[in-house]
Design a protein around this ligand. Structure first.
Ligand code: EZ4
Ligand code: CO
Length: 403
């Protein structure tokens, strides 16, 4: 089963996606997601110029060998552009392998370890009341877990909270990056009030999550975790940037609120200290930015030894291809925690027909062969790339701030 051809498809059915399609000489093809929010065309070019020419003629079944060929063979290790490109190849090859064997991908990863995959939804509001209403809508839909974000009084914008009431938020804005104002002090005063109200209104059983989007220093994060302890969060996400892994020691010294991090990690090396010192509870790396199924199986096994569970990133900038592959991964590993879920636009769901289904707060990956997600190339061609970026944050005095 040799790789005959591969091509990159860039489309924007509501937001930008980069997709890799690999075809074999016996007619089986596989799909991989190569989307890197705000740097999409860099990965597209990396694949077309540097990766695809090396793939033609290789045995598509050799996922482990091809992974190392692309990782070590590049000489330059890691980095989000490289790892996203490698991931697209790896996921497409696992898709081919499972399709060729006529079985769902999860069967090659150990089979189903659970009946269904618990997901958390996003409840966003411009103030506490709106966020609480959004939480209520999720509970009515059957969610057992909800991430809650709210606008902060005194700040004109808050990342993750759309301007229009009830609108879904999209983690990129068309055109060049917009700049938002940030105040840690205002934020730290506000968040405990939000969760106090959510517990009063929605009770103790609901899993509540919160994302600090890397905006705090370690001691500020420790303080927030401590202030949130009475409300028993499922997790506090990205409390501080993780380039400084030792920073998480400070957080752990101050709070027992569970900590999740890793949506921007591209390798388990980014989490080595976090895992071995048990500084985190959930690793959020995905099959997309974490380099594919091949390294994620190893990362999960390593994390398992230290009681760290997996809680994969699942924002809209990860295409349905990633969601499909992630669900096969989630259902197969023992140390699965939770899967993030932000619904895609109708156009995106139409461009990427998929076997996975969602009901009562849980996903099922479906029983189609492979990862169960395809791309309708004719439809994709109707949605050309549109420049869009994540926002940049500045403190009230104009200082560019962490995020
Ligand atoms: O900001 O996916 O948990 N989810 C998130 C997302 C990220 C975007 C970045 O591309 O933090 O909204
Ligand atoms: Co996040």
């Amino acid at each position: 089963m040799k790789i005959r051809d591969a091509r990159v498809i860039v489309c924007s059915p509501g937001r930008n996606f980069v997709t890799l399609k690999i075809e074999t000489d016996d007619g089986v093809y596989g799909i991989g997601d190569a989307t890197l929010n705000g740097r999409e065309l860099a990965v597209a070019s990396y694949l077309s110029e540097h990766v695809i020419p090396c793939l033609i003629g290789r045995d598509a079944a050799r996922t482990e060998d091809i992974w190392y060929y692309l990782y070590r063979g590049a000489y330059w290790r890691k980095g989000p552009v490289t790892m996203t490109a490698i991931s697209a190849v790896d996921v497409a090859l696992w898709d081919i392998k499972a399709k060729a064997l006529g079985t769902p991908l999860y069967n090659l990863l150990g089979g189903r370890s659970r009946d269904r995959v618990m997901a958390y939804g996003h409840a966003n509001g411009r103030d506490i009341e709106e966020t609480s209403d959004a939480v209520a809508r999720h509970v009515e839909e059957g969610f057992l877990a909800v991430r809650a974000q709210s606008g902060v009084p005194g700040l004109p914008d808050t990342y993750g909270v759309p301007h229009a009431k009830g609108a879904l938020y999209e983690p990129a804005t068309k055109g060049l990056p917009v700049e938002q104002v940030w105040s840690t002090e205002k934020y730290l005063r506000h968040v405990p009030k939000l969760f106090e109200q959510l517990r009063i209104k929605h009770g103790d059983d609901l899993h509540l999550l919160h994302d600090a989007h890397h905006r705090l220093t370690p001691v500020q994060a420790g303080r927030l975790g401590k202030a949130l302890e009475p409300y028993q969060l499922f997790w506090l996400e990205d409390p501080t940037p993780a380039e400084l892994q030792e920073g998480f020691r400070v957080i752990r010294q101050h709070t027992t609120t569970p900590i999740a991090v890793g949506e921007i990690f591209d390798s388990v090396w980014d989490a080595r200290l976090l895992i071995t010192e048990q500084l985190i509870d959930y690793l959020r790396m995905t099959v997309l930015h974490g380099g594919g199924i091949t390294p994620m199986k190893k990362a999960a096994a390593f994390a398992e030894m230290y009681h760290v569970q997996m809680g994969c990133h699942g924002a809209t900038d990860l295409s349905p291809v990633t969601m499909g592959a992630a669900l096969h991964f989630d259902i197969s590993i023992n140390n699965f925690g939770i899967q993030e879920y932000m619904p895609h636009t109708r156009e995106t769901d139409e461009v990427f027909p998929h076997a996975y289904t969602f009901k009562d707060g849980h996903f099922d990956p479906g029983d189609a062969s492979g990862h169960g997600v395809d791309i309708n190339e004719t439809l994709a061609a109707k949605f050309p790339y549109q420049r869009a970026y994540l926002p940049v944050n500045r403190k009230l005095d104009g200082t560019l701030w962490n995020w």
